[in-house]
Design a protein around this ligand. Structure first.
Ligand code: GLN
Length: 208
């Protein structure tokens, strides 16, 4: 029997609903995740855009930091957009005082990298890994990936070469917000990674 992939959206702060809608449209069984037991019940996770320092603080207050780090270390597919990308980065160039990340992506990000003059903008990006037409990407007080370390790969760059989408194994991160422009291919890629992981786990369990 083919069951819908169970995917959580970290629902501490940010544009949770937009992600939930895209995932549901793609056929996922979507769960709002605020507590460790809710995280334990999903096979993949989206970390939405919002304010990374707030999500970090709330994650610690809700006892979610360690479970999320463990899930990432265990290979759970996770997709972070904007603030979510910041939270998946191993390093922040200019974090708020005391700001921590979950980590997992061997990258350095800079928050609000386009400055207050350029709060938000939209561009078309070629993303070879997704195939098909360019991605129409909305950047909202977006971070940039300043350094791509070993194991991580750039999936998309701006015309000037600056990196705005990365992947490392089952972790995906984009500076921009596909969930607000009707772009679904990053979420679809996440669901593919979730299905692969679920069938691998099932095969392993069946083999005893
Ligand atoms: N500037 C925000 C941060 O530092 C991210 C903005 C967004 O997610 N749209 O977390």
């Amino acid at each position: 029997m083919v069951t819908a992939p169970r995917v959580g959206v970290l629902a501490l702060q940010g544009d949770v609903r937009e992600h939930a809608r895209v995932l549901a449209d793609l056929g996922a069984d979507v769960v709002a995740v605020r507590r460790p037991d809710e995280l334990a019940a999903v096979d993949g996770l989206v970390i939405p855009g919002g304010e990374s320092s707030v999500i970090d603080k709330l994650a610690r207050a809700f006892g979610m930091r360690h479970p999320i780090r463990e899930a990432i270390a265990d290979g759970m597919p996770v997709y972070g957009t904007c603030a979510g990308l910041i939270l998946l980065a191993d390093r922040i160039a200019d974090g708020a005082p005391g700001q921590q990340t979950f980590g997992g992506l061997a990258v350095t990000v800079r928050r609000n990298a386009f400055g207050s003059q350029v709060d938000s903008f939209e561009v078309d990006l070629d993303v070879e890994a997704l195939g098909g037409p360019p991605v129409h990407a909305a950047f909202i007080r977006a971070p940039l990936v300043e350094e791509v370390g070993p194991g991580a790969e750039a999936l998309a760059t701006l015309d000037d070469g600056r990196v705005v989408a990365v992947r490392q194994g089952a972790l995906l991160g984009t500076s921009f917000h596909p969930e607000v422009t009707g772009e679904r291919r990053f979420h679809a890629l996440l669901l593919d990674l979730v299905r692969e992981r679920v069938s691998r786990t099932r095969a392993r369990d069946a083999a005893g």
